[in-house]
Design a protein around this ligand. Structure first.
Ligand code: ADP
Ligand code: MG
Length: 335
């Protein structure tokens, strides 16, 4: 049997990454020094973001390669969604341990291809290096937004309602389930939660629609929920110089999360402080409620009012009986 030779970086690029650049001429087939993109269009700004995911930190070392690929894309596209932007292209820096099987890279590339089809984007460049550390994947995503339609964190106003899209807490409980720390769930419910942890679904359409609302009804501040609901609402509040009150009873919860919460009420803290939901949290004036309900109906993504922006610069979560929930760490912190 012939000895299997390891692929060099150029072979990896040619075999696995170059096919992902087909369909975007500006990628120059990944054989030049850099990509060349035309301007984003009249009255459109470029929106750029980058986010890295590290084995053992952002995903589990034995997560399937396709899932890791979708996650690497989704965390970046979620940032574009939170700005109201349309995704256009992305770059990938892959730092690969020398022991990583070539087949893993193949499955990873298949996951990227799936994500590309879903979000209408192409790979336009990057870097491929070996690392003595854990597998690390960094994506830089590029998008565009019409001038004036961008969503920012910094304009929440006292009296705004605080909204969140979809449901919260699924990913945090999914991670717990994967770690074997969540007992008593049925197989189907467990699968729903694990899927939400592994395959975030960035709210691109919703972000774009929020940016296009009538000026008087416009969303004042928006963020994607990646660190945890409380931590991310706190980011909005700090950027805007305000505080917020969140009512736990109004939180949109999936059936699976409700079941888990019914068995262990202490999970409420995990739900409001756990990360990885990749929903959008935003604030809007009360008069936007009807437009938001219509927009939610059209886009098929639930949008739920969960609280209010207040002048006292603190973010509080109130439980059903009006008591304040004590949350020590509102979200994930690296350092
Ligand atoms: P340099 O010598 O400038 O580091 P490289 O040899 O790393 O260039 O890259 C050659 C080409 O391949 C470039 O166009 C680069 O953008 C692309 N490329 C390298 N790694 C990746 C990757 N992981 N994903 C996409 N494109 C890549
Ligand atoms: Mg290079």
């Amino acid at each position: 049997m012939a000895l299997k030779r390891r692929l060099g970086e150029f072979e990896i690029i040619e075999r696995f990454f170059a096919p992902l650049a087909r369909g975007e001429g500006g990628a120059l087939a990944l054989v030049d020094d850099a990509a060349i993109l035309p301007p984003m269009g009249r009255g459109r700004h470029m929106v750029v973001t980058t986010d890295a995911i590290v084995a053992g930190v952002h995903f589990l070392a034995d997560d399937p390669a396709e899932v890791v690929a979708l996650k690497a894309l989704a965390v970046n596209l979620s940032d574009l969604a939170a700005m109201g932007a349309d995704p256009r292209a992305y770059l990938l820096v892959a730092a690969l341990p020398k022991t990583l099987p070539t087949a893993w890279i193949g499955r990873f590339a298949r996951g990227l291809a799936r994500g590309q089809r879903r979000f209408g984007i192409h790979l336009i460049g990057g870097d491929t290096v070996a690392t003595p550390g854990p597998l690390t994947l960094n994506i830089c995503a590029i998008g565009s937004v019409s001038r004036g339609a961008e969503l920012r964190r910094s304009a929440a106003i006292v009296g705004d309602a605080v909204y969140v899209s979809g449901t919260v807490g699924d990913a945090a409980l999914g991670l717990r389930a994967l770690r074997g720390e969540l007992a008593g769930l049925g197989a189907r419910q467990r699968a729903v939660l694990v899927r939400r942890y592994r395959e975030p679904d960035p709210r691109i359409e919703l972000g774009r629609a929020l940016g296009r609302m009538k000026r008087t009804e416009r969303v004042h501040a928006a963020i994607d929920v990646s660190d945890g609901l409380v931590a991310d609402v706190t980011h909005i509040c700090e950027a805007s110089g305000v505080g917020a009150t969140i009512e736990a009873e109004r939180l949109p919860l999936s059936d699976a999360v409700r079941v888990a919460l019914g068995r262990d009420a202490a999970l409420l803290k995990t739900i409001v402080s756990g990360g990885d939901d990749y929903e959008l949290a935003f604030t809007a004036p009360p008069l936007s409620a009807r437009s938001l309900a219509r927009l939610s109906g059209r886009s098929g993504v639930p949008v739920t009012a969960i609280g209010t922006i207040v002048s006292d610069r603190r973010v509080r979560v109130l439980s059903g009986d009006g008591r304040e929930l004590e949350i020590r760490n509102g979200g994930y912190r690296h350092f």
